[in-house]
Ligand binder design. Sequence first.
Ligand SMILES: *[C@@H]1O[C@H](CO)[C@@H](O)[C@H](O)[C@H]1NC(C)=O
Length: 354
Amino acid sequence: MQCRRRPAMANLRLRHLLAFLLLLSVSDAVVNSCTPSDREALLAVKSALVDERHMGVFSTWSGTACCSGWYGVSCDPTDGRVTDITLRGESEHPLVSGRPGFMSGHLSPSLCRLDRLTTLVLADWRHVSGPIPSCLPSSLPHLRVLDLTGNQVSGPIPRSLPALSSLMHLDLTNNRITGDIPANFGDLGMLSRALLGGNLLTGDIPTSIGNMNRLADLDLGRNQISGEIPESLGGMRVLSTLYLEGNGLSGRIPGSLLANRGLSIVNLSRNELVGEIPDVFHERSYFTTLDLSYNLLTGKVPATLRAAAFVGHLDLSHNQLCGHIPQGEPFDHLQAASFSGNDCLCGGPLPRCT
Ligand SMILES: *[C@@H]1O[C@H](CO)[C@@H](O)[C@H](O)[C@H]1NC(C)=O
C-alpha cells in the first residue's frame, strides 16, 4: 500500500501543476488578446485618425495582443472585450510627454461596435474633427466617461445622448460643437461633470438640468447660449461649480441660485443679465469665486454678502450698480477692481461717497 501511495501523490501534484500552468496560459491568452470583432473595430478607429507628428501613438496597435500591448487600450480580463480607450495629447506617458499632442482625422463610427466601452478619452489632440458618431449613445450603454476635450469636434450633440444612462463624466470642452443642448439633457441622472464650455452651442439652458441630482460641475461658458438662467438650477443638490460666462444670457439672476448652499465657484461674467443682484446671501454661503462682471446689473451691492461664511474672489465690475459699498467683511479685503466700471458706486475701496 505504502509503495503505491507515494507515486500516486506525486502524480496528483504533477497534475495539479499541469492544470495550474494550463490555467495560467489560458488566462494569459484572454488578457492579451481582445475578441476579433473588437480588434477589427479598434483598427478602424486607428485608420480614421492621423498621428500628424509621427509620435507613434498607434505604433503598438498591431498584432493580436490588443488587451495588453496596445497603447491606451484596456479590456475586461475575463472575456477580452475592450472596455477602455484613453488617448491623451497631454500626458506624462513617455510617448507624448513634453510634446504637445497633434492628431487629425475623425471619430470612426466603428467605435459603436465596442459595445462594452466604459471609457472613451480622446483629449487634447487639437485637430481631431468631424461629428460625434450619432450611433454612440444607443450603442455604448456602459459608457461612464466621454472626454473629447481640446479638439475640433463639430456638429451637434447627438439627440440621443441622454440615453447614456451610465454616463458620469462628459467633457466636450473647447471644440466646435453647434446646435442646442438636448431638452432632456437632465435625463443623464448619473452625470457628475458636464463640461461643454468653449463651443458654438446656441439655444436655451434646458430646465431639465435642474433635475440632475449628482451634477457637481456644470460648464456651459464661452458659447452662444441665450435665454434666461433657469430657476431650477437653484435647487440642485450637489452643484458646486457653475460656469455660464461669455454667453448671451438675459433676464435676472434667480435668487435661489445665489442662495444655493453648495455653490462655491460661479462665473456669470459677460452676459446680458439685468435687474438687481439678489440679496440672498447667508451664513452658509461660501464662494471662492463669484464673478458677475460685464453684465447690465443695476441697484446696490447686496448687503447680505456680509453674512456669508466666505467670499474669496468677488467681481461686480462693469455693471450699472449704484450706491454705497457695504463695509466689513468681505468688502474690507476686496480691491477697487472688483467694483470698477459701474454707474455710481462709492465708498471703500472706491472713493468716498459725496
Ligand atoms: C469668468 O469668465 C471670464 C470670461 O471668460 C473670464 O475673463 C474671467 O477670468 C472668469 N473669472 C474667473 C474668476 O475665473
